[in-house]
Design a protein around this ligand. Structure first.
Ligand SMILES: *Cc1c(COP(=O)(O)O)cnc(C)c1O
Length: 391
């Protein structure tokens, strides 16, 4: 039994068409894209075609796309590149409390270098307040980095408004759009974004490839050293099969934008309504904010989230907690903590993220599995009020 996969925010399967596009570059078409012979030229042509497709997905020019090893490297390159490349003794960065660790830990690394960082809080709905961002600006602010859509909640940040503030203040704006790409239309010009991160494996391409949009004119200090690849912005022999895959995935995502988000939104809403109707003491996190259509984050009070994930997995449903296991202790998710959930509710929250292959039958099967599984865990829980409330 393959089971039902509701964890697309963790990773997506490689689309069959994406696999078909990349396979020749793992076998016959193996040239190094920097070689001048025909083997190399073939690889180069494929890389540049992919660059056009990725650029088109975000409304950029091909020359503004840098291929990387994934979302994490894109975030690192954007943030470290801009801040380390900026002039001045004092430097200040503004970010949010709910960023992915690829952004948060990079900001912490900068703090160790003496850079000041403001971590903006979010509302209970999981959205930052643009007015607070404006107030956080200082004379030496060099970068604002705020994600487009949150990976745990799906909440969408007001990037266009932040873009106007950044432009007025003449501060660079980076956004981690890893969870937004393919789910929302993206136009870097309309949004006023200067740098934008993408990841292949969140977009039905393989793991280990990503892209960073860098507005032409942005001064990006080099973060690794080697050859002159990617216009001197990211050295290293190009991952040609991965890049070809990302290009095809971007093309497919653009084609799906008109209908797939609507389809997923309807499935997600059906799932959330079903859970709320069938299981007491549940609530949807981030529901009061605009969200990407595939993500549902639900608190099942009195349940230990990790236990629920394991119990559901045994019954064939894959989902996740936002919690990250660090140093043997399970820390509550920094995102759920930031929206004000107390630790016991943060530990009782699960993320269900739907994707391209999911159907209404998957949602209904998940809705059949969940109530008895939650009820069983609540019976075992010392936290649950007795008798367990069944609506
Ligand atoms: C997955 C993810 C990343 C990291 O991307 P990788 O390609 O796995 O390195 C960064 N930001 C967000 C929001 C993500 O969901």
């Amino acid at each position: 039994m393959r089971g039902i996969y509701f964890d697309h925010n963790a990773t997506t399967p490689v689309d069959a068409e994406v696999l078909r596009a990349m396979l020749p570059f793992l076998s016959d078409t193996y040239g190094n894209a920097s070689s001048i012979h025909s083997f190399g030229q073939e690889a180069r042509a494929a890389v540049e075609k992919a660059r056009e497709e990725v650029a088109r997905l975000v409304g950029a020019r091909p020359a503004e796309i840098v291929f990387t090893s994934g979302g994490t490297e894109s975030d690192n390159l954007a943030i470290l590149g801009i801040v380390r490349g900026a002039r001045g003794e004092r430097k200040h960065v503004i970010t949010s409390a709910i960023e992915h660790h690829a952004v948060l830990h990079t900001c912490q690394a900068l703090e160790a270098e003496g850079v000041e960082v403001t971590y903006l809080p979010v509302s209970a709905a999981g959205v930052i307040d643009p007015a607070a961002l404006r107030n956080a600006l200082r004379a030496h602010t060099v970068l604002i980095t705020v994600m487009m859509a949150n990976n745990e909640l799906g909440t969408i940040q007001p990037i266009e408004e932040i873009g106007r503030i950044a432009a007025e203040a003449d501060v660079w704006l980076h956004t981690d759009a890893v969870q937004a790409a393919g789910k929302l239309p993206i136009d870097v010009t309309r949004l006023g974004v200067d740098l934008l991160s993408l990841s292949g494996h969140k977009l039905y391409a393989p793991k280990g490839v990503g892209a960073l949009y860098v507005r032409s004119g942005a001064r990006l200090a080099r973060q690794s050293f080697g050859g002159h690849h990617e216009r001197d912005r990211r050295p290293g022999t190009e991952n040609v099969p991965g890049i070809v895959a990302l290009g095809r995935a971007a093309e497919l995502a653009r084609g799906h934008l008109a209908d797939e988000p609507l389809r997923l939104g309807a499935l997600r809403d059906r799932f959330e309504r079903g859970v709320l109707d069938r299981i007491g003491s549940t609530r949807v996190n981030g529901a009061a904010a605009p969200r990407v259509p595939n993500t549902a984050n639900i608190t099942f009070s009195f349940v230990e989230g990790e236990s629920l994930v394991i119990a559901l997995d045994l019954k064939g449903l894959a989902c996740s907690t936002g919690a990250a296991c660090s140093a043997g202790a399970i820390e509550p998710s920094h995102v759920l903590t930031a929206i004000g959930l107390p630790p016991h509710d943060a530990h009782a929250s699960l993320r269900f993220s739907l994707g391209r292959a999911n159907t209404a039958d998957d949602v209904d099967a998940a809705l059949a599995l969940l109530p008895p599984t939650v009820a069983h865990l609540r019976e075992l829980s010392p936290l649950a009020p007795k008798p367990v409330a069944i609506p």
